[in-house]
Design a protein around this ligand. Structure first.
Ligand code: NAP
Length: 260
């Protein structure tokens, strides 16, 4: 299937590893010129080289913290008129909400709500003028089914979801589509480090923690980040113009419900 994306330009945030990297790889495979970002320059350059080698696409690496004004300005300077924006950042830490200060909350809100909104604000009028735009926010299955230890993630991402639900319906008439992708358990560094923390707290090994997740999942496995990338590329495609304001869960069926 030709996704109709040859020659488009994308910004993919937090993309040296994991779900962001897989999204950038899938877009590059479709002929999209990608600007990728992460804080660590060495890993980011390595990923950029791998994407170039595998896809032949133009890949620009912009190192910086996407949750800062300076980080966002650098990314936007490298790609001032993107056709595609994939919002992503690290998730907030786990813990007991009694221990979280106002500053902790503001960091979570900055990373998982206000940064995506700031980037959307910077690019959306150009997308409207050019009559093509695709924005995908990488959020979490925790938006639909809260994870008790990840209260800051549950809260901040729900804020973004509510905002986007309204905005998506205001811009869809211009062929600008905003949707959210909600990962369940995908085998990335983030999932591995969560497993180490959970193992320490529960007296199990990280392998046992992951085994339990696999056993509990209807698909009987963890997600492959490449599967996430393909879903992201489809949502960014020319054919996805009637998918508006949706929250698409990719979790192997872990969220138990008859519909929605
Ligand atoms: P990952 O494998 O740990 O990769 C995170 C990527 O984001 C890295 O490239 C990291 O590079 C970059 N990054 C982190 N903070 C950044 C910042 N402030 N500015 C720029 N880049 C930043 O994580 P992942 O599993 O792909 O997760 C991506 C998002 O999905 C996270 O928000 C996570 O909470 C959420 N999520 C993941 C899962 C899952 O199962 N994997 C499930 C639900 C939700 P640097 O560290 O070098 O900056």
């Amino acid at each position: 299937m030709d996704l109709g994306l040859v020659g488009k330009r994308a910004i993919v945030c937090a993309a040296s590893k994991g779900l962001g990297r897989a999204s950038a790889m899938a877009l590059a495979r479709e002929g999209v010129a990608v600007v990728i970002n992460a804080r660590g320059a060495a890993a980011l350059e390595e990923t950029a080289a791998e994407i170039r080698a595998e896809t032949g696409a133009a890949v620009t690496a912009v190192a910086g913290n996407i949750t800062t004004e300076a980080g966002r300005a650098a990314v936007l300077a490298a790609c001032p008129e993107p056709d595609i924006l994939v919002n992503n950042a690290g998730g907030p830490p786990a813990g007991d909400f009694r221990n979280w200060s106002r500053e902790d909350w503001l960091r979570a809100l900055d990373a998982n709500m206000l940064t995506p909104i700031a980037l959307i604000r910077a690019v959306i009028d150009g997308m409207i003028a050019r009559r093509f735009g695709r924005i995908v926010n990488i959020t979490s299955g925790s938006v639909k089914s809260p994870i008790p230890s990840l209260g800051m993630s549950n809260g901040a991402r729900a804020g973004l979801t509510g905002f986007v639900a309204g905005l998506a319906r205001q811009v869809a008439r211009h062929n600008v589509c905003i949707n959210n992708l909600l990962p369940g358990p995908f085998l990335t560094d983030r999932l591995r480090s969560n497993a180490v923390e959970l193992a320490e707290a529960s007296g199990r090994t990280p392998e046992q923690v992951l085994e339990d997740r696999i056993r509990a999942n209807p698909a009987a496995r963890l997600g492959d980040p490449a599967e996430f990338g393909f879903a992201c590329a489809f949502l960014c495609s020319a054919h996805a113009g009637y998918i508006v304001g949706q929250n698409l869960l990719l979790d192997g069926g872990a969220y138990n419900s008859s519909m929605g």
